[in-house]
Design a protein around this ligand. Sequence first.
Ligand code: GLU
Ligand code: MG
Length: 450
Amino acid sequence: MSITDSLQPADQVNALLDGGLRMLITSIVDNAGITRAKSVPAQRLRIAARDGVGLSPVFAIMCTDDGVTSSPAVNGPVGDNRLIPDLAAAAPLGPDHTVFWAPADQLSQDHEPIDICQRAALRRQAERAVAAGLDVKLGFELEFTVFTGDPGDPQVATLGPAYGVLATLKLEDFAVELLEALDAAGVPAEQLHPEYAQGQFEVALPPASPVTAADQSQLARLVVHRVARRHDLLVSFAPITVAGSVGNGAHIHFSATLNGVPFGDGGGPSEHARHLIAGVLAEVDGLTGVLAPSVVSADRRVPGNWAGAFACWGPENREAALRYVPGSITSRPDSANCEIKIGDPSGNAYLSAAAVIASALTGLERKTVLPAGVDHDPATYSDSERERMGVRRLPRTLEDALVALEGSTVIRGALGEAIVDPFLAVRRHDAEALGALSLEDRVRALRWRY
Ligand code: GLU
Ligand code: MG
């Protein structure tokens, strides 16, 4: 909960200024998954809140390497939009309460909605879900790698063992300050732990309604970067940060009550949850194009890495794209959810969440039947056994994932052509510019972009 979310706009500005604000950063996440920002000083806050700040539409076609591609949806460098900070969601980036952040909506110069705005696309799907009687909650898990040294020659900050306490102790000061800063920002971590790879950590965010959850994933990433800098550490949210290591996921825990009926039903998904999960499963290839769209994403999505490489669902199955989590006996059924494991941090959280909700809703509308869950590692079955069970690998290349996205009427319809067309152009530019490089060089090209 933000300190301003129940206040009128003028009071929001006053509360932020009284709260110590010296600079407001307002940002969007673009179609390359990169956070692009503008900042205003305290004395401009009132005007920025009313008028917004200028933003070229070209940001919709800006690529991971900062190259600018083209799309019929965007008229190149001509035109201007407004970036309007949503002060109801404003938060300090730490307990010092000097630098605040707010997510921005993109509006026209006449302050009308525009169809290239990724946050608006999520809001539309969230509203659709509410109209269908659903109370959707999303919880993001953010994995990242911590480095020391020079960005040109970074060294992982911890040497394991995997999930080992020594990694926590090595970065104890960073860890404590990070948890406190997340708390001050209004996005208290559920937990922080060392992950499998050297230097790798994960912070799990609490479940929240869709737009808030996507905002908070953006906010939490900024806080992680900011605290790291104060400790002379470097952080990367790229999907792979060290060639040959397991990658960083950005899993989304999805759940929804339907007219108050919980998502979980004893040990398994309830009836509406089965349709929702089936809807996500039906679109899983196209979703891969939205949720894991970088030139190293397919390298992360390999069997054995717990990155959900197989198109199937399964109870507590970490090798399935969709892991059903029933929750422990004391928290069931309220904590039941479906962990969507395909995503990585190169996706745009707003688009990822919007595409997931649209797919789930379509499953509910069509009463899509959920196939049997897979309760073993799919890699342990033979090809013919997997074929019999209807289990396949997710797309193995970025292009295959983008083609699946292009072919998904459900996702295209939900996000709209004005987003999907530029999105595909951006990701294909990346594929052309970087796709032929060695994994080491692709990793190097993306490491400090996220
Ligand atoms: N690092 C894995 C990934 O890339 C996830 C590990 C886990 O299950 O938390 O998705
Ligand atoms: Mg993890």
